[in-house]
Design a binder for this molecule. Structure first.
Ligand code: 147
Length: 662
């Protein structure tokens, strides 16, 4: 194949590759969380689940990630849902909740050298000690984070390498110092603090004028830096990371974005690690930021998953480098647009990654990308220093992006290219190409048999909440509060194992969570389904089931749909919104529409359906309480998720869940 040999009509430039080293390379990572982005991954049956994990973490197979960053669950909404805290209350400590521990162990099992990062989005309410603010009692907050790190070690034998402050929210200088001290005193002086996962001007100024702060912070973590880190940040002399980046739909343009920033975050901004939000789209497509992930795995019921181009873009760097390698000083821009980075292990290993992403084919979600030009060009890489004469050939890997290309052009093994007698290699670089030249053998475009075909969420659907490995019910995506498997140890009423909403106090939110517990499930396109549930009101004002719920994520508070509420008093209500502002019908206990039996302090069965002629049926304990056709007096979304929840933050249990077609 000579498509990459010198093209006489294209502009040519030469670039020195000598062995003067610059900054240490820290790795490329993925972020699970911020939040609940991996929710559906754990539900996959084998062998698919392991295959997905291999594509992400297995060295020399797929993305071969070098860093895994996870959310420290805060019982509150953090983009695609809530992640459970290890301390729902001040006197509660549990290191079995959720899937992040499992995910970290799976990553470590595949790559023991992968670095682990933890960061909080929201916090359980008690952390605020009466304020909606985590820095009220800084020792307490630092202990909360330190316990998570200790829990990782003691319960899962996971060493957390890095910890952050508060995702994209204000930091507090004293808190950072208190956290440093708390970690040190607990024996975690090896845990490096990243600050402050957001804007970088303030933290850089603060580090420059505060020596103790400078000592406490190991890495300045920037978000969506647009490849720039600024003069002030560089003056700190600190390690700089793009600790959250990408967040772009994982098509060919997303891949272009990822290819460009992986190189240019270093070339333009001296950033030595870049972390993708997010790792894998294991959340329902109709939640925010659909498929802004390295790959997609959000159909556990079918086993279908998609290995997207960003996985192979990642492989261009990760399969041929290791954290601890150093960038060469000669990394930089190409003269006709694009960039190259060169990395070495300090010995004879050398990897050069070259990208020529054009503007329109590499736009990321943010920040805006200024116009620039890229042209097809010839690039000659001239080996100097100790590389010259020692390296006789490179293995070459190539990806052609751009909307017109097809996927077989992704991460293609191009065999070996010879270094000529003057120590030079010349390549023709079309636009939107990503090339790796490396002395490292053994790259692999890992491949499993094609995953099963995509299917829609199965109906009828039944869930008895009989427990699952992760303490949560499969396929339910909590949007506010936290729903956990629960066992009524002395129950003899047929509800021994249930799902329980356990958040009893408003968290210190990252989004503006609705003031209630709320979990969604199913297929967003559903218009005509029936939901059935038994619920037990414990310490809450009431419970609800809902259909056609049209919003989750940070917009969950604005959700509309058909909501059927049962209050602790026995009053029931139908509303067309989660905020209960649009009441379709309500019925007080002393009115004629009230039906018995209502089981105060016990289990009540609720069912709700929207039939083919837009007729609503609501049943309470088997008795029809509402049966009317939607006319025009209120508006319902055309379709949406099935949901259930509580009327405020408080305990309630759910059982006998089912969804059927109407
Ligand atoms: C980030 C969050 O940290 C992630 O949890 C996730 O929500 C991600 C989605 O793109 O976004 O937060 C940002 C939200 C908005 C901006 C930047 C980061 N913004 O508008 O510049």
């Amino acid at each position: 194949d000579d498509s990459f040999s010198k093209n006489d009509r294209a502009f040519s430039s030469a670039y020195d590759i000598h062995d003067g080293v610059a900054l240490q390379f820290d790795g490329i990572g993925g972020l699970s969380g911020g939040g609940a982005t991996s929710r559906l991954l754990v539900n996959y049956a084998e062998p698919y689940r392991s295959q997905i994990l291999d594509y992400l973490f297995r060295p020399g197979f797929g993305a071969s990630l070098q860093i895994l960053k996870v959310e420290i669950g805060g019982d509150s909404q953090s983009t695609e849902g809530t992640e459970h805290s290890h301390m729902h209350d001040e006197d509660d400590e549990d290191y079995t909740r959720g899937y992040e521990w499992w995910l970290m162990k799976e990553a470590k099992a595949r790559n023991p050298k992968i670095k682990l990062v933890g960061l909080p989005w929201g916090w359980p309410g008690w952390v605020g000690q009466g304020n909606a603010w985590p820095y009220t009692n800084q020792t307490l907050t630092a202990m909360y984070v330190t316990k998570w790190i200790r829990g990782a070690k003691e319960h899962h034998n996971l060493t957390i390498d890095y910890v952050g402050i508060w995702n994209e929210r204000p930091y507090d200088i004293t808190y950072i110092k208190v956290l440093r001290r708390t970690l040190d005193e607990a024996g975690f002086s090896d845990v490096t603090i990243i600050a402050a996962d957001g804007g970088y001007m303030m933290i850089s100024y603060d580090i420059l004028r505060d020596a103790e702060l400078a000592k406490a912070v190991g890495v300045i973590g920037l978000h969506y830096p647009g490849t720039l880190s600024g003069k002030i940040t560089q003056e700190t002399g600190k390690i700089i990371w793009s600790s959250e980046d990408y967040s772009t739909y994982n098509d060919v343009i997303g891949a272009g974005c990822w290819a460009r920033i992986l190189n240019q975050n270093y070339v333009n901004g001296n950033m030595t690690a870049t972390i993708s939000w997010n790792l894998v789209a294991s959340y329902y497509d109709n939640l925010p930021y659909k498929r802004c992930s390295l790959m997609t795995a959000n159909e556990p019921w079918s086993g279908h998953y998609e290995v997207s181009d960003p996985v192979w873009v990642t492989a261009h760097t990760t399969q041929f480098t290791s954290p601890g390698w150093r960038y060469l000083q000669t990394s930089g821009h190409l003269n006709s647009g694009g960039s190259y980075v060169a990395l070495t292990d300090g010995g004879t290993a050398l990897t050069i990654i070259i990208e020529t992403m054009s503007h329109d084919q590499s736009v990321c979600i943010r920040p805006p990308l200024p116009e620039y030009e890229v042209q097809a060009q010839n690039a000659t890489f001239m080996l100097g220093g100790s590389f010259k004469g020692k390296i006789k050939s490179f293995y070459m890997w190539q990806t052609q992006l751009g909307q017109s290309s097809t996927s077989d052009e992704v991460f293609v093994n191009k065999g070996e290219v010879t270094v000529d007698s003057q120590g030079q290699v010349t390549l023709f670089l079309p636009k939107d190409v990503l090339v790796t030249l490396t002395t490292v053998p053994g790259g692999l475009k890992g491949k499993y048999p094609k995953s099963p075909p995509s299917t829609s969420f199965p109906l009828p659907y039944k869930e008895g909440f009989d427990g699952s490995q992760f303490g949560e019910a499969f396929n339910f995506a909590d949007q506010s509060g936290a729903f956990e498997n629960f066992e009524n140890k002395s129950s003899d009423d047929g509800h021994r194992t249930t799902l329980r909403q356990v958040v009893t106090q408003r968290p210190l939110t990252w989004c503006d969570d609705p003031n209630l517990g709320f979990t969604v499930v199913g297929d967003f396109t559903w218009s005509h389904v029936a939901v059935n549930i038994s619920a037990k009101i414990e310490g809450t004002l009431g419970v609800f089931v809902a259909l056609r719920v049209d919003k989750g994520g940070c917009d969950a508070r604005e959700a509309e749909g058909l909501f059927f509420w049962l209050l602790e008093s026995g009053v029931w209500k139908l509303t067309s919104d989660i905020g209960r502002e649009h009441v379709i019908k309500q019925c007080y206990v002393d009115e004629k529409c009230w039906v018995s039996p209502y089981h105060r302090n016990g289990w009540n069965n609720m069912s709700l359906s929207i039939g083919k002629e837009q007729k609503i049926f609501a049943y309470l304990n088997g008795v029809l309480v509402y049966g009317q056709t939607i006319k025009g007096e209120f508006e319902l979304p055309e379709n949406g998720f099935v949901a259930m929840g509580t009327m405020d933050f408080g305990l309630a249990q759910f059982d006998d869940f089912s969804i059927t077609e109407t």
